[in-house]
Design a protein around this ligand. Sequence first.
Ligand code: FAD
Length: 397
Amino acid sequence: MSARPAKLPPFDPADPLGIDDLLDPEDLAIRDTVRGWAADRVLPHIADWYERGELPGIRELARELGSIGALGMSLTGYGCAGATAVQYGLACLELEAADSGIRSLVSVQGSLAMYAVRKFGSEEQKQRWLPPMASGETIGCFGLTEPDHGSDPAGMRTYAKKDGSDWVLTGRKMWITNGSVAGVAVVWAQTDEGIRGFVVPTDAPGFSAPEIHHKWSLRASVTSELVMDEVRLPADAVLPEVTGLKGPLSCLSHARYGIVWGSMGAARASFEAALDYAKSREQFGKPIGGFQLTQAKLADMAVELHKGVLLAHHLGLRMDAGKLRPEQVSFGKLNNVREAIEICRTSRTILGANGISLEYPVMRHATNLESVLTYEGTVEMHQLVLGKALTGLDAFR
Ligand SMILES: Cc1cc2nc3c(=O)[nH]c(=O)nc-3n(C[C@H](O)[C@H](O)[C@H](O)COP(=O)(O)OP(=O)(O)OC[C@H]3O[C@@H](n4cnc5c(N)ncnc54)[C@H](O)[C@@H]3O)c2cc1C
């Protein structure tokens, strides 16, 4: 029989399943660093940024995120931190516990733009772009979605045609995170050879990135259109190592993995606000947390929250072992974002009227998660991915 501790460890409301025992000291140190950075640099300001619909100081924030190793965190070489998938996931969770907009900045930079260059770029492209992106000096964006092509990007109209050895890129991309502040855009376009990726310096003549306003979700995040009007690019602007939709889809799989963790950060922050409130708010002569109906909500939320973190950790171990399939990422994104949004909504009910106030983080997280539910594959897309994997029948068309 294996040795058992003489006494059971105490129940920890912040970690009821003892998930921290699965993490090693380096994981915990990285988590603490990111949590500390977010507490210092984001939490004191986020309600104000959100209300104003801005992310002021985004360039400074990006450099700070670079200095703590959060940009392109799980990539190796070229100034990247070379962290494990679990460590990257823990960072996403802590960033999204502050705000989904901050996690989106990091995801798009590291898992989409940098990942595309690292995986499919030439040696020259890697050396030119990755070190300044890892340090946060250069912000990147990733242009796949178009006004008429979202869930089905195969029909994209953005086109790159050959002109001598140059490429000439024309088209529009929509809903592009970081677009207006990016120094480099990874843009996916049709060519005579199929879909290719292009590394586009945003100061190239003919390129513009007007910001999209009037959003009621991800308000502390820059979202833009990309307009490309005959942007002339040299032959070496194309990502040489991939042709076809599998290029952008493999980047999306990496970013979705971060969302599996990140969404649980938004859920944790909302749950903590609700738990705290339930213990101090009194109605009918006692704390509302003392009523069975409130306790049922808290118990159900804790179960989904920590199940979601366990699932994220499980997928992280599979990614570190090189065994994570895209269908498994769909499983995680589908479950965790859906449950996170439910946790926010239930937390909102516990806070009563205060739940709709920006004084508390709950409604901000709930509205942010509406975007997270849609981007990187909607709920329906992930259901179709899993449906196809389960039945062998393709129901996309
Ligand atoms: C804040 C924000 C930031 C974003 N950042 C980026 C970015 O950085 N880069 C980028 O490229 N994109 C980005 N996106 C775009 C995002 O990826 C798309 O919005 C998403 O892929 C869905 O596309 P769509 O909005 O065109 O919806 P549509 O594809 O038009 O879908 C509308 C609805 O129809 C459903 N639907 C579609 N097809 C089917 C089907 N076959 N069966 C059943 N239901 C179906 C969808 O699930 C959805 O519910 C961002 C979006 C937001 C909101």
